[in-house]
Design a protein around this ligand. Structure first.
Ligand SMILES: [Zn+2]
Length: 133
């Protein structure tokens, strides 16, 4: 195996180890859209840490993963779930939710309104800005 591949495999292993703690934290519901009874996977929230940990990862469904990864098509209606998740008490969930809301803010009235209502702690705000991969 090449070095890069080996590193990638190691990272996936480390991420999958977080599954148990994340399942407990999210009570088996997608941390962004609250879907239950679906497959959930850990998703790292930038900036990416040297070693993955639950404080920098969210446990989310396939629909949310796809939408976070794409820069093209966004299903605005799916993201009405942000009405709840931007108020999450878990910082990493809030960061991921607000970043998505920022992408939507100029698209619909509800997302712009929600964005205006947000009150964010300074350290959360700083994290949201720090989104380099
Ligand atoms: Zn979801």
């Amino acid at each position: 195996m090449s070095k890069a591949k080996e590193k990638h495999a190691e990272r996936l292993r480390a991420l999958s180890l977080l599954g148990k703690d994340l399942t407990r934290r999210c009570r088996s519901h997608c941390e962004l859209c609250s879907a239950s009874g679906v497959k959930l996977a850990p998703f790292e929230v930038a900036p990416i840490q040297d070693i993955p940990d639950t404080e920098h990862a969210i446990f989310i469904c396939d629909v949310c993963v796809e939408q976070l990864k794409t820069t093209k098509y966004i299903d605005v209606d799916h993201w009405r779930c942000l009405n709840t998740s931007v108020w999450s008490e878990i910082p990493v969930v809030q960061v991921a939710a607000v970043r998505m809301l920022k992408r939507l803010a100029d698209k619909t009235e509800w997302s712009a309104d929600l964005y205006d209502q947000l009150y964010l702690e300074p350290d959360v705000l700083e994290w949201i800005e720090n989104d380099a991969e």
